[in-house]
Design a protein around this ligand. Structure first.
Ligand code: ZN
Length: 421
């Protein structure tokens, strides 16, 4: 009896493994894979089965795949993670980026740029998170995560964001602990002289064991940037809008074009410096000297909303291209939009192409030509490189395909079948 079971078992294993060898659902063939987590930067094939990466190697047999997509001449990267995005879209008046029309429904603006994960930066607070989850997080194909605003009402703008009575560390932490989509706490737009919003966000972050993201500035009187970076924030907390120069906030680059020593010290200590370009938070006169002196952002994010996407920011690929043209190398730019943000939000299962990872993949074209890039004050930088998204996979499915790489020529369909609708 035992022998019979053994034989049956072996037979089934034989058929299983045979079937397995044929069972890659998708093979991305011949692309230049950049996967910073796994130190891959070269020509490789990527095999996917269902929603999972199953092999990354040179010369994977085409016969093993149901579908082969030729991506020669293109870059294959993990699906991009936008660490600072605004996606709590709604139709309520007087709601700004919290269930208001300035925020963007994710799927319309993510996949066409290779983005498969967004982190909404403070649109929802603990009071409004259930609505955000129901209306946006759950129905979106894009993976939507959240920095929960320390303000219970979220990013409603105006007086709502000034209400210290609505900044409850305990309730914020509680909602964060109950919802795995919450990956951090956000502070933004507070203009009073108090440190309370920062301190309460850090307190909530301590309780829930997640980082805080700080949009700092506009305080009357101004609060000390040095104190924020070296005393109030913890290693792993995030300072966004790093290359801004706005009223009420000291810029990271001083009048002589030098990055302030305490800014470098804070980065060494582990504070994360995030781009968060937005409508008003990115200046070449800050970024260019900073990069020239060797101070690079840890993460590159858009701060996308209806204002910034129609201004100098446009989209994450345009923003990444700015950094390429400022001589940040491509693997570093990809790392700052994939593996680094995944680590920052403690979601290490994301942002790479390891075997077993969910198959979120971007296929990018790096175009050569004459291009112009605009900062938040309308100043232009000329450049010669520009990234474009050719193809995006979310959980193994083609969700964007600019030139029909995954498509079959229409003539072959016409000759093989006349029954389609
Ligand atoms: Zn923002």
């Amino acid at each position: 009896m035992r022998n019979l079971i053994y034989v049956l078992c072996c037979l089934s294993c034989f058929y299983c493994s045979h079937a397995w060898a044929q069972s890659y659902s998708l093979l991305l063939k011949g692309g230049h894979v950049i996967d910073p987590k796994n130190n891959i930067d070269g020509i490789m094939d990527v095999a996917i089965s269902g929603d999972t990466i199953v092999q990354v190697a040179e010369n994977i047999s085409e016969e093993s795949a149901e579908k082969v997509i030729n991506v020669q001449g293109l870059y294959v990267t993990p699906g991009l993670i936008d660490l600072h995005s605004h996606n709590f879209q709604g139709t309520e008046a007087d709601h700004y980026l919290s269930n208001g029309p300035s925020a963007l429904a994710p799927d319309g603006f993510t996949f066409r740029c290779g983005v498969t994960t967004v982190v909404d930066a403070g649109g929802a607070g603990w009071r409004s998170f259930p609505l955000f989850k129901e209306n946006i997080i759950d129905p979106s194909k894009t993976r939507v995560l959240s920095f929960l605003n320390i303000v219970g009402e979220g990013m409603r703008g105006g007086v709502y964001e000034q209400n210290l009575d609505d900044m409850d560390a305990r309730m914020t932490a509680l909602v964060a602990q109950q919802n795995p989509e919450v990956v951090g706490i956000k502070v933004a737009h507070f203009s009073g002289p108090e440190w309370d919003p920062v301190d309460r966000a850090v307190e909530a972050g301590e309780i829930a064991n997640i980082p805080v993201m700080i949009d700092f500035g506009g305080h009357t009187p101004p609060l000390s940037l040095e104190e924020l970076l070296l005393q109030r924030l913890r290693p792993g907390d995030i300072f966004t809008h790093v290359f801004a120069h706005v009223n009420g906030r000291v810029p990271v680059v001083d009048e002589k074009g030098k990055v302030r020593p305490y800014v470098k010290e804070a980065q060494t200590k582990g504070v994360i410096f995030d781009v968060g370009h937005g409508g008003a938070s990115f200046l070449f006169k800050q970024a260019v000297p900073a990069l020239k002196s060797g101070f690079y952002p840890n993460t590159i994010s858009t701060d996308i909303h209806t204002g910034s996407m129609n201004g100098g920011m446009k989209d994450i690929l345009n923003l990444m291209s700015k950094f390429l043209n400022m001589q940040m190398d491509l693997p570093s730019v990809i790392a700052a939009t994939t593996w680094k943000p995944a680590q920052v939000i403690h979601r290490e299962e994301l942002g790479h192409l390891s075997v077993g990872a969910e198959a979120d993949v971007a296929v990018l074209n790096l175009r050569e030509g004459q291009f112009g890039f605009i900062d938040s004050q309308g100043y232009r930088m000329d450049g010669t490189q520009k990234l474009e998204c050719e193809l995006t996979l979310r959980a193994g499915q083609v969700v964007y395909d600019l030139n029909g790489l995954a498509g079959t020529p229409w003539q072959s369909e016409a000759s093989s079948s006349s029954t389609g609708h």
